[in-house]
Design a protein around this ligand. Sequence first.
Ligand SMILES: *[C@@H]1O[C@H](CO)[C@@H](O)[C@H](O)[C@H]1NC(C)=O
Ligand SMILES: *[C@@H]1O[C@H](CO)[C@@H](O)[C@H](O)[C@H]1NC(C)=O
Ligand SMILES: *[C@@H]1O[C@H](CO)[C@@H](O)[C@H](O)[C@H]1NC(C)=O
Ligand SMILES: *[C@@H]1O[C@H](CO)[C@@H](O)[C@H](O)[C@H]1NC(C)=O
Ligand SMILES: *[C@@H]1O[C@H](CO)[C@@H](O)[C@H](O)[C@H]1NC(C)=O
Ligand SMILES: *[C@@H]1O[C@H](CO)[C@@H](O)[C@H](O)[C@H]1NC(C)=O
Ligand SMILES: *[C@@H]1O[C@H](CO)[C@@H](O)[C@H](O)[C@H]1NC(C)=O
Ligand SMILES: *[C@@H]1O[C@H](CO)[C@@H](O)[C@H](O)[C@H]1NC(C)=O
Length: 566
Amino acid sequence: MLHHKTLIGFISLGIALPTLAQDPPQDGGIWDQLETSTELKWTDCYNNSQCSRFQVPLNYSNPDGETASIAMIRVPSPLAGTDQYRGPILLNPGGPGGSGVELVAGAGEVLSQLLGPRFDVVSFDPRGVGFSTPRASFFPTEAQRQLWGSPAFDVINATSDGLARIWARAQITGALAAQQDQKTPLFEHFNTENTARDMLRMVEAHEEEKLQYWGFSYGTVLGATFASLFPDRVERLVLDGVVDSENYFATLWSNNLLDSDKAMQTFFDGCFEGGPDLCPFYEPSPKAIERKLDELTRSIFLRPVPVMTNISYGLVDYARLRATIAQSFYSPYSDFPRLARGLADLVHGNGTALYQMLEMPVFDCSCGTPVPLQPITDARIVISCTDGQEIRDTVDDLEIYVRKLLRQSQWGEVWATFRIACTAWPNQAKRHFRGPFVGNTSHPILWIGNTADPVTPIASAHKMAQGYPGSVVLTQDSSGHSSIAAPSTCTTRYVRDYFVNGTMPAEGIVCPVIAPVFSGQPSSNGTGVDGPRIARELANKETEDDQEIARVLQRLREKFRVPSPF
Ligand SMILES: *[C@@H]1O[C@H](CO)[C@@H](O)[C@H](O)[C@H]1NC(C)=O
Ligand SMILES: *[C@@H]1O[C@H](CO)[C@@H](O)[C@H](O)[C@H]1NC(C)=O
Ligand SMILES: *[C@@H]1O[C@H](CO)[C@@H](O)[C@H](O)[C@H]1NC(C)=O
Ligand SMILES: *[C@@H]1O[C@H](CO)[C@@H](O)[C@H](O)[C@H]1NC(C)=O
Ligand SMILES: *[C@@H]1O[C@H](CO)[C@@H](O)[C@H](O)[C@H]1NC(C)=O
Ligand SMILES: *[C@@H]1O[C@H](CO)[C@@H](O)[C@H](O)[C@H]1NC(C)=O
Ligand SMILES: *[C@@H]1O[C@H](CO)[C@@H](O)[C@H](O)[C@H]1NC(C)=O
Ligand SMILES: *[C@@H]1O[C@H](CO)[C@@H](O)[C@H](O)[C@H]1NC(C)=O
């Protein structure tokens, strides 16, 4: 559901852990044709969506100065104009740097079914991101960005100089950013406070007084920022896959991995429970599956496997293998069955299936021809390093940091790169909001966390909830990143009730999911499982309404992924 062929929607590729899209929206050219306005003027775009370019001040302290053009998209409510209509729900897919346009272009209709017909499903590319202009970019051309290479597979223990190498590259990216920003000073405006202010403008442009919002992962930082700045403008806030905002604004990235090893464990356990028919990497105990993966990893470290497909070529080496496994934790229902197939083939020397999990087409430079505006990935670094406190760690400092992360989880070697990326970020005044994360909101916040979320542990949801009286944490008993990574009719009902009626779940509710991760054959087109077991379990005990919800959730999982890092 992403931009050009094969990138998945609002998955920002590049810095961390890319993912693939299956049916990318093809209509990027529309944005060049839309006029920017302070009113919302909707034009049909993509499939069954409407697009608009919305004008906001680049600098809210200088409201009559330069402006930014925010790319907005919606699937309108069929009940608009009736007394059942309940206005817009804004969504943010995470990132930072994730594209809300790609989210709604790819999954808007499914989200609309999930939330019900009373609402418009609305999203946008935050300032600096995707189709919004001006853009957060520190390479003058796409070719230069490609030649510098994607840090997607920056994995610390891939080489003996891994940490120092990633640090050294970050010094160059920082210098490129400084160069670019000297030419046109922009980056300071691309912070989360300003995006929260943009959201308030969007609410007002809809002629609403208050915000209704569902934010995933980094979208919870955006939501918490809004709730702290404008507590009396909150109608509904669902913050799902919760980031510890204090930790984020301190550029620490240090408490995300508390449950990551649990996420890995759900692969071993799920594969064992699924049995050899559903899990091709099966062994007769979870421990034996883990050992087999360790052996495979050691073998790949010494002998990478070459792969050619019809759209690209490359190696399955240690870094790619580790990055692919870590990425699969985000969407285990779609990716664990594929991972198991890929690993099983890799044992026999065939790396194709595993390689394809993060495949990108070979870059094809149409030099000289202007390319349509496409989402780019520098935005993630720009937003997170601009938001965060300045850091100037040396390699020695980082060595200590990485050791701490590795004590939290073996996946620290993949995660550390997000902090390292900011070590050479240009000096900035940092006048934007960075806490405290507290507020007496005009309606209580609904926080959602999974028991084995790989990058936003449930502990962060409980910590954040303390700052906002009346808010409640709903727990979903699953792995995956954010609630929609796993199918739970229970969670969906709470979310719907909250949006429609404002009802809060009782404290301490834990929602089950309706099926184990290995619950069907990987679908032939690789988008996920076809879920015969899900269907069977539902047919036995749930209502027709639940079955409908389950079908919608299945389609949503095929279309939606939260961007890495979160
Ligand atoms: C619209 O949907 C069709 C079929 O689902 C797909 O082939 C096409 O690429 C989509 N168009 C856009 C602009 O996303
Ligand atoms: C925003 O505008 C104010 C008032 O003109 C100015 O003092 C400030 O430097 C501007 N911020 C940035 C990041 O340019
Ligand atoms: C991985 O790299 C970190 C950082 O350099 C280092 O502290 C750690 O010992 C390495 N781990 C292994 C298994 O080599
Ligand atoms: C890739 O090659 C296979 C077999 O050679 C072919 O069936 C398939 O259509 C090709 N796919 C693309 C995208 O060209
Ligand atoms: C490797 O696996 C792919 C499927 O992922 C298959 O199409 C291909 O034929 C296999 N190659 C060999 C040499 O077996
Ligand atoms: C919220 O309200 C309580 C009770 O009136 C008050 O003690 C507290 O300071 C308020 N918090 C904020 C952030 O305004
Ligand atoms: C909202 O409240 C109504 C009336 O109490 C109830 O029937 C309904 O199930 C609730 N939830 C939703 C999503 O409408
Ligand atoms: C992939 O296969 C599943 C199940 O067979 C199907 O429901 C889905 O529509 C397919 N997706 C695409 C993009 O072809």
